[in-house]
Design a protein around this ligand. Structure first.
Ligand SMILES: *[C@@H]1O[C@H](CO)[C@@H](O)[C@H](O)[C@H]1NC(C)=O
Ligand SMILES: *[C@@H]1O[C@H](CO)[C@@H](O)[C@H](O)[C@H]1NC(C)=O
Ligand SMILES: *[C@@H]1O[C@H](CO)[C@@H](O)[C@H](O)[C@H]1NC(C)=O
Ligand SMILES: *[C@@H]1O[C@H](CO)[C@@H](O)[C@H](O)[C@H]1NC(C)=O
Ligand SMILES: *[C@@H]1O[C@H](CO)[C@@H](O)[C@H](O)[C@H]1NC(C)=O
Ligand SMILES: *[C@@H]1O[C@H](CO)[C@@H](O)[C@H](O)[C@H]1NC(C)=O
Ligand SMILES: *[C@@H]1O[C@H](CO)[C@@H](O)[C@H](O)[C@H]1NC(C)=O
Ligand SMILES: *[C@@H]1O[C@H](CO)[C@@H](O)[C@H](O)[C@H]1NC(C)=O
Ligand SMILES: *[C@@H]1O[C@H](CO)[C@@H](O)[C@H](O)[C@H]1NC(C)=O
Ligand SMILES: *[C@@H]1O[C@H](CO)[C@@H](O)[C@H](O)[C@H]1NC(C)=O
Ligand SMILES: *[C@@H]1O[C@H](CO)[C@@H](O)[C@H](O)[C@H]1NC(C)=O
Length: 821
């Protein structure tokens, strides 16, 4: 070391350094540390020089304290010094868009810090209390640090009451949002997209002035309802897509500035509020992939909207819903539009496959609602009062609150009202004596009310004498009677009526043998089960004009809905197992029709829209409007052409001659539809594919890869593919051009049986196809027609056969295909 040459100079130098270090102790050393940590070091950040003097991006106050550091977008690397928070006068730290890595330093107690930009870097962790004591913070941006180890929302931000912009998307944030948002009186922007946040929207969002709310694309998804949005009047951009939010879209009419609302890919239910569709500022809306219900929404011209297919609107285009559907949606609405109702109440006909709902025999009016034990919350809607045919209303064992609406006492048909085991309050309205009212297990119900409202004497308490319904002409008893038994009884009665009518008809036609026209059958007066109105509902194609309509409740709708409309209906596509089971059910039903002793019946209109599915996805053949009696299956019968294009056997289409092989052909077409998921005729497809049979057979004949015909929604492993191949072969066989080359239905049953067997647990329950050979309707018809030769027989729009409850009288009709279990 060299000797100092001038002691005076040395001491001045030392004093200078000393005084410098004394006044700028923290900042200069921290800044020096900082400059060494980052690379490349900015050229102006020279070691040993005053950071307040020429360091680019650094600004200081009059006392030479650093107030602002801006190093954004400079491709810098390195990890930050841990004691950065000793720059206590710092107001702005802008390090965004670099390659900084390592743990974030603590920024705690930087009480002057207003802007902290750390986004688009490669930080690896957030220390505890990193953001505590930031009492003047207005903007925190941390987004796009995708390598941060999982962390939770920093509760400490609660001290930053002036926070305006919070941005932490793509930062591996997990857990739930703390309920602290009421603290941020100036909060405008909350951007926390692409994290793993869970839980609900904290209620402290209620009434805040947040404008931009980005919580979209959480891995597991935020959940719960969106009611709070309706209170956030400043909202302009709401991105909540890709979460697990449930319940209805709230009324957002207070949010007059809302222009962008992204709600797709959630589990929202209920109706799109009309107020949303008339919001003036709204420009972009996405609603797809939810379970929304009610009328199809219609937005103004300037709005970009995606609605998609996975929703459950009552119609595929704008327009009001059926009144009964509207009523039931009101009822669901009072319970917060539960998901299981949203998913199982498709379409615009409440009598067509809606769970928990039973309708009268004409499939028109709701008679039974059974919501028992569904964990439903909310209230009992007064809209129940609009269901004039309602007989049984079972709401027991839920968590319903509120009171029993007075309107229910006016329901003329009501026999049973069971609200036991809820949390209802208020008085019990005075129901007429014939109503069996069960109210036990509601601690607060009827309390303080005068006589008439006991609470809970063994589930039988009511407003008057109970239990003994008048019975009346129906002979039905109220109270614990199982709707299945009721249905069975109803069907039994219907069958009896049907047979009586047919015998009368026979008698009538005998007397006037020349008249083969359709004879109007008057409805038996006072019996709701029979109708003089052959019109049908639920898309089941009945015959026009006059007849008896017998309905069985087939809750899952038609095969065609499940094959071709599952997208719109929000159901999942059928599995191969379900399809092949359905095919077997149909084959058995048609085989049975064909193989009745002595003479044969020909369905003539076999197609997926005539195949109804029960709750267990077992099939029954419906619509016997065109059933034809063929006295001898070998001989063809000449008829006026009937049936449906796409399913007509060539010889039938050309000559009008019908044999059982016409049904075999149509069955083959149905098999093709089951295999391909395409309809028999598809006008929207390119010409070479529009006729299913032609296209399908071309594949078989040309030895092309038959995998290409299989419905893409079927994920066929080798075993399944082998199984499908056999059905492909059968479909080809059944649609042979020459009727003589087509197998009979017995063959189809023999082919399909083992394929179904392949999956069936060997419980052996299934083998009974539920045919009552004692007095089946076809047999009755057959006897009746013994002398009538080939007259066309029209006996109703839809005829499905008893659900094989054991209580059904011996006159029960036959199940085609499967039996109830
Ligand atoms: C911040 O200040 C508080 C109180 O002044 C103190 O208790 C705490 O230790 C400080 N935190 C840090 C990380 O310096
Ligand atoms: C981020 O850091 C990790 C290691 O911590 C490194 O493997 C990765 O390449 C870095 N990514 C970028 C974009 O710098
Ligand atoms: C908040 O963000 C908005 C929009 O990006 C911006 O205009 C505004 O200046 C920011 N406010 C603060 C305090 O950072
Ligand atoms: C998301 O968070 C949940 C717990 O909140 C956790 O179970 C899950 O593994 C996380 N997912 C990922 C991909 O980190
Ligand atoms: C929001 O807060 C108001 C006032 O406290 C309250 O009445 C309302 O029910 C709250 N709304 C929601 C959806 O929580
Ligand atoms: C609306 O969405 C379209 C297409 O997604 C986009 O181009 C447009 O910028 C959006 N408009 C607004 C106002 O967000
Ligand atoms: C079904 O309801 C309608 C409207 O309430 C009513 O006019 C009709 O008579 C009802 N039908 C039956 C069979 O109760
Ligand atoms: C009612 O709600 C409580 C608490 O949420 C729950 O424990 C209970 O099981 C619910 N009861 C029914 C019948 O759903
Ligand atoms: C019933 O409701 C009351 C208030 O309405 C509530 O305090 C109580 O917890 C509820 N009981 C159950 C079992 O949900
Ligand atoms: C029902 O009627 C029977 C006989 O008609 C009678 O013995 C019984 O007490 C009645 N029950 C009720 C609850 O009124
Ligand atoms: C109503 O539904 C419940 C649960 O699904 C069932 O257990 C009960 O038997 C049904 N009640 C009637 C009367 O059908």
């Amino acid at each position: 070391m060299r000797e100092p040459q001038n002691p005076l100079l040395l001491s001045i130098f030392i004093i200078a350094i000393f005084s410098y270090t004394f006044t700028h102790a923290d900042d200069s050393s921290i800044m020096a540390e900082f400059s060494q940590a980052i690379s490349p070091t900015p050229s102006t950040w020279k070691a040993g020089t005053n950071p307040c003097n020429g360091w680019s991006g650094v600004r200081c106050d009059s006392s030479s304290r650093v107030t602002s550091i801006d190093l954004s977008s400079q491709s810098l690397q390195g990890s930050l010094p841990t004691d950065l928070n000793q720059l206590t006068n710092l107001q702005t730290l802008a390090l965004q868009r670099n390659h900084f890595s390592g743990p974030l330093p603590s920024f705690a107690n930087l009480s002057n810090l207003q802007q902290l930009f750390l986004d688009s870097n490669n930080f690896t962790s957030v220390p505890a209390s990193c953001f505590s004591g930031l009492t003047t913070l207005q903007a925190l941006s941390l987004s796009l640090n995708i390598n941060l180890s999982p962390w939770v929302f920093p509760q400490d931000l609660i001290q930053s009451e002036g926070l305006v912009n919070l941005s932490a998307s793509n930062v591996n944030m997990m857990g739930s949002l703390p309920d602290i948002f009421g603290k941020f009186l100036s909060l405008q922007s909350v951007r926390l997209s692409y994290n793993n946040l869970t839980g609900v929207l904290p209620s402290s969002f209620n009434g805040t002035g947040v404008q931009n709310l980005w919580l979209n694309n959480q891995m597991s998804g935020l959940s719960g309802g969106l009611d709070l949005l309706g209170t956030m009047a400043q909202l302009s951009q709401v991105w909540l897509q890709k979460n697990s939010f449930t319940g209805p879209i709230p009324d957002l009419s207070k949010c007059v500035n809302l222009f962008d609302l992204q709600l797709r890919d959630n589990q929202l239910t209920g109706m799109v509020p009309p107020s949303l569709m008339s919001m003036l500022q709204l420009r972009n809306v996405s609603l797809d992939n939810n379970n929304l219900q009610g009328p199809y929404p219609e937005f103004g011209n300037g709005v970009t909207v995606t609605i998609g297919t996975i929703n459950n609107f009552c119609n595929p285009k704008p327009g009001p819903c059926d009144p009964q559907v509207t009523t039931l949606l009101d009822i669901a609405g009072a319970m917060g539009y539960p998901m299981n109702l949203a998913q199982s109440w498709p379409g615009n006909d409440a009598c067509h496959g809606w769970t928990f709902i039973t309708c009268d025999s004409q499939g028109k009016n709701v008679t039974v609602i059974n919501f028992s034990k569904q964990h439903f919350v909310g209230t009992i809607s007064p809209a129940y009062g609009d269901l004039a045919s309602l007989r049984n209303l079972l709401l027991n064992d839920n968590n319903l609150t509120g009171s029993i609406p007075d309107g229910l006492i006016a329901l003329p048909q009501l026999q049973v009202l069971d609200v036991s085991n809820n949390n209802l309050t208020g008085k019990i309205p005075s129901f007429p004596p014939k109503v069996n009212v069960k109210t036990s297990g509601n601690l607060l119900l009827g309390s303080g009310t005068p006589a008439g409202g006991g609470t809970g004497n063994g589930g039988k308490s009511s407003s008057g004498s109970t239990g003994n319904s008048s019975g009346g002409s129906s002979g039905r008893q109220s109270g614990g009677m199982n709707p299945g038994v009721i249905a069975g009884t109803v069907i039994g009665v219907l069958v009896f009526i049907a047979i009586v009518l047919m015998v009368s008809y026979k008698y009538y036609t005998r007397k006037q043998p020349k008249k083969f026209g359709r004879v109007p059958i008057p409805p038996p007066s006072g019996k709701e089960e029979a109708s003089n109105n052959g019109s049908t509902s639920g898309g089941i194609n009945g015959f026009g004009g006059v007849g008896l309509l017998v309905y069985e409740y087939m809750p899952k709708g038609t095969l065609s809905q499940h094959l071709f409309e599952w997208g719109e209906r929000g159901t999942s596509p059928l599995t191969w197992k379900q399809r092949v089971t359905i095919a077997l059910d149909v084959a058995r039903g048609v085989e049975y029709l064909h193989s009745l002793a002595q003479s044969s019946f020909i369905h003539r209109d076999l197609k997926p829209s005539n195949i109804l599915l029960g709750d267990d996805m077992r099939a029954k053949v419906a619509d016997f409007g065109l059933v034809k009696n063929a006295p001898d299956g070998k001989f063809s019968v000449e008829t006026r052409l009937a049936g449906t294009f796409g399913y007509l056997a060539p010889e039938y289409a050309v000559t009008g001659r019908v044999t059982t092989k016409v049904d075999v052909y149509a069955f083959g077409v149905v098999l093709m539809e089951i295999i391909t998921g395409r309809p028999a005729l598809d006008e929207t497809a390119p010409e070479e594919r529009s006729h299913l049979v032609t296209w399908f057979r071309r594949f078989i004949v040309s030895n092309n890869d038959v995998r290409k015909v299989i419905d893409p929604t079927l994920e066929a492993d080798d075993e399944t593919f082998e199984n499908i191949s056999k059905v492909i072969e059968l479909a080809g066989h059944c649609t042979s051009r020459e009727p003589s080359q087509r197998p009979d239905m017995g063959h189809a049953v023999n082919v399909l049986g083992p394929l179904v067997e392949q999956w069936k647990p060997s419980d052996g329950v299934d083998d009974d196809i539920g045919i009552n050979l004692q007095l089946s309707l076809p047999q009755a018809l057959q006897r009746w027609q013994a002398n009538e030769g080939t007259s066309t027989m029209d006996f109703g729009g839809t005829m499905t056969f008893g659900n094989t409850q054991s209580s059904i009288p011996p006159t029960k009709m036959d199940t085609f295909g499967s039996t109830g279990r």
